[in-house]
Design a protein around this ligand. Structure first.
Ligand SMILES: Cc1cc2nc3c(=O)[nH]c(=O)nc-3n(C[C@H](O)[C@H](O)[C@H](O)COP(=O)(O)O)c2cc1C
Length: 245
């Protein structure tokens, strides 16, 4: 599969993923570069229907949660590193913001390697950021101990759909050579033209009754109020899981 063809898959065939295939994907995941090669992450594999049912409400009952043969919840994991350090008389001083930030980077690289490998194997996936909206429910359902924080979940399986590819911004909006070049409103209008006029997004803007796509995304879908509430919650739960901020 050419990675330029990527699209998220939210509907899956009722076909199991062979244990060897899953193991191969996870092995490729762990080949991702990671800070200091101490692999401050883990993944919880959910395959039992009953566990998927328990997790579903924490993912706002998105149908793919119970439909996908496998859910992978990628987590920051300092629990294992604390046990290892204690057993070797070493001080693990990573349960802080720096440790969390670093481990989150490594967790995402692990997850993205799994994602690329999955598509190469003819599988499809969709990431679920809903983990961050319901951290406590996910933590208790998956029995995540001190030092372990969920980062995101992936619904994984054989695709039962081939949705159109979603448009991206042109490279000029993303890439700066040598120095960052700030944007003028005129340049933004050029760079966002294709996104703002795409039928997929125009339909969403119309349905939501917003004036434009920026209002839909920044004020309705991912609003300041939500982000501020979730920031406070993230701080509280990080502390509960043993991180000092
Ligand atoms: C961190 C993260 C969280 C996401 N959460 C969800 C989600 O909860 N539900 C969903 O349907 N898609 C989710 N997605 C998928 C995005 O909506 C999707 O990647 C984006 O719209 C671009 O579409 P594409 O992947 O098909 O190119 C998530 C993606 C990422 C990277």
């Amino acid at each position: 599969m050419n990675y330029k063809d990527h699209r998220s898959i939210r509907s899956f065939l009722p076909k199991e993923i062979d244990a060897n295939v899953l193991s191969e994907l996870l092995t490729i995941g762990t080949r991702a570069s990671n800070t200091g090669n101490f692999q401050s992450y883990c993944v919880i594999v959910t395959q039992e229907a009953a566990m998927k049912e328990r997790l579903a409400p924490y993912h706002f009952n998105q149908p793919m949660v119970t439909q996908a043969p496998v859910l992978l919840t990628f987590c920051v994991d300092y629990n294992r590193l604390e046990v290892w350090s204690a057993a070797r008389h070493a001080d693990c001083g990573h349960l802080n913001l720096m440790g969390f930030y670093n481990a989150t980077l490594d967790t995402m690289l692990f997850a993205q390697n799994v994602a690329v490998a999955a598509e190469e194997h003819g599988l499809g996936y969709c990431f679920l950021g809903t983990v961050l909206y319901n951290l406590e429910g996910i933590i208790s359902t998956l029995a995540l101990p001190r030092g372990v924080m969920p980062v995101l979940t992936m619904a994984l399986g054989y695709p039962a759909e081939k949705p159109p590819m979603r448009i991206r911004l042109p490279l000029e909006a993303i890439v700066h050579y040598e120095r960052y070049t700030p944007f003028t409103p005129e340049r933004i209008a050029e760079l966002y033209h294709n996104l703002e006029t795409a039928p997929f997004y125009q339909e969403q803007v119309r349905k939501a009754g917003c004036e434009n796509l920026a209002q839909l995304i920044m004020e309705q879908q991912y609003s300041r109020a939500t982000y501020e509430k979730l920031s406070a919650e993230l701080t509280r739960i990080l502390q509960k899981q043993g991180f000092t901020l």
